[in-house]
Design a binder for this molecule. Sequence first.
Ligand code: ADE
Length: 231
Amino acid sequence: MRIDIITCLPKLLESPFSDSILKRAQEKGLAEVVVHDLRPFSTHKQHATDDYAFGGGAGMVMMIEPIDRCISSLKAQRAYDDIIYMSPDGELLTQPLANRLSLKNNLILLCGHYKGVDERVRMHLITREISIGDYVLSGGELAAAVLCDALIRLIPGVLSDETSALTDSFQDGLLAPPVYTRPSEYNGWRVPDVLLSGHAAKIEAWRHEQALARTLARRPNLSMKGEKVLN
Ligand code: ADE
């Protein structure tokens, strides 16, 4: 999978991809994330990428020309499955959506800033919009990093135990059960006996029961909405 991220603030995207799982996925050649600075694609003085809004009002608007030039240069090099604008107006990112997108080969993520992008970008250049939640961030960069993380960890071989992504919260419409590690007792707080029993079937049943109880208590709508893996 290759993900091209277009941004006017490339520095914001340096650290999420230079550590841990996202770094290793790239080192193993399983994912490639390329960040493109929008500024060099601007033909304006001082490489401006934004301008005042027609009709007035506070806030700058990202211009279509540098975005079009950047997207066109990428499309000339390879075919893209989707060109995604990160936006609070978009389709909400859920595990089923992440599962579907993780099967794609080439994606472009466009990060908005200021008041957003010229509406003609949304009408003519992008293929979908994705939101990471019902709140407004100051730009799309952190949202793009969240989306990349959710997708890349699903690529086979990225996580050392391939099944672990499938046992995450949400993958079966349930939250994950509680987990414990050593010591088995701390400050008098004991790990549930069943986990120390060595009885695999009992442990599996306990975990399922706990996942159900936790989902009902915390996110009662989740199991009803839960879709199966890769659905
Ligand atoms: N840009 C600003 N807020 C956002 C959000 N909630 N999701 C995706 N992109 C955004």
